[in-house]
Ligand binder design. Sequence first.
Ligand code: NOJ
Length: 556
Amino acid sequence: MTQELTSPSPAPQAPGTGRGPGWWRDAVIYQVYVRSFADSDGDGIGDLRGARERLPYLKDLGVDAVWLTPFYASPQADGGYDVADYRAVDPLFGTLQDADELIRTAHDLGLRVIVDIVPNHTSDRHPWFQDPELARQRYLFRPGKGESGELPPNDWESVFGGPAWTRTDRGDWYLHLFAPEQPDLNWDNPEVHAEFEAIMRFWLDLGVDGFRVDVAHGMIKAPGLPDIGHGAQAQLIGAQVLPFFDQDGVHAIHRAWRRLLDGYGDAHGKQVIGVAEAWAPTAERLALYVRPDELHQAFNFQFLNAPWQSDALRSVIDASLAATASVGAPTTWVLSNHDVVRHTTRLGGSLARARAATLLMLALPGSAYLYQGEELGLPEVTDLPDEVRQDPAFFRGGRATGAVGPGTDTESAPDGVAAGGQDGFRDGCRVPLPWSGELPPYGFGPGGSWLPQPADWGGLTVAAQTGDPASTLELYRAALELRRRLPGLGDGPMSWAPAPDGVLALTRPGLLCTVNTLGHDVGLPAPGTPLLSSAPVTVDDATAQLPGDSCTWWAI
Ligand code: NOJ
């Protein structure tokens, strides 16, 4: 039976702002993991100049905006998510002038720029943590338990494995939900709020169009920091509200930031946005982060985690659309990022499924994030030698605590910080991009690459795929071009159409999208004229043969 889904209507806007429907509601945003995107100076580490030089490639790909992962001054204990100075560029990645030039070049090309903000924790090298007096007020220090305070203050575990507490030379303990080099900030302190608002204004003044908010569900901890009470914490993350994740108190922070973003946007005639990296147990709780007075977007990790199975996909799509529609927000789809197994590998090591999943995602109403390299169909690299690994979870045994999942087919960690490419860690999705040539570093830069690239990536480079209509790169280009051209794609209504078992059929105005999740061909009455398909589709005597693991867009 055809089921009509309510189109999420634009969120009510504050009176007098005239902000319009919002560019972000159906934007396709490309995640640049800076250290692995393009290296301009030959040190083997991607940088801002390298990224700027490649912006025309992203324009040509057809995305609307880029999200840059942290490039701030940092000891790099967690790939830059340990920030020592939020207003400085780490020399590894360039200078503030490079950031300025990148933003300007992007804008000249018509691309918007989103940067990361990391408010749950800083680096332990941050001046606040280095000053014992300031640190006491602005981080979470507690006395230990036990006769001489030798036991951690509570039973919380670090997402990267081991206790979430480290003892100082002075005998007390500080909280770090991630690595010990990432102490958690004390958001009960108004100075912390003021500082993050000032940091946002700093980057807004440099021209950015928004922020990806790291651990947007983590800043507020339950009063008294209560024990969780049992050992299997890693399995609970993302499955239920915890005393340190998804506390209701975080929403007041997001409301304040929305006021800041709207106020800034109004004053400068633009729309600047916030996107939450939030792990919430249900689609309904995730939707709270995108209420009209909170952030604009929240990554839909439930879609990312869905197995390649038609019923499961349909129910996650329905639940996501219903939850976000209830607050007037669009849904923000994502299949890959720098924390999870690349979707080619996650979906059973099948490039066919990955291509189909992408076409499905791009046919859904709302916005979508792409992770660099997925447009090349890159697989997870699963044979990195231990000596090149950099993921802090690898060194802290995160996998041993169950904080990271095996993830080779459908699982990925609900905390979003690892998902078991190579035995549960995240370096395998962060291998530098192959741009051209037959040998590493495949045009990544004039030197080597900080993680070794596989010897057989010569056929996957941008140069090798460009102009080949069968390539994954050209599939992405064609899909993004159609998405821009067809008014029925992007934000707007969607309904399900009848389809055989194992097949999904969804309609958008003027378009029907079929997804065959089975491993073999399925025949059905041709629904229209094929516009684009992830695998060759045949239409004979008005019967269409959908190849196994494929997605097709039909003009209707
Ligand atoms: C989520 C980021 O995406 C991940 O890379 C990082 O390790 C954690 N947050 C901690 O900042």
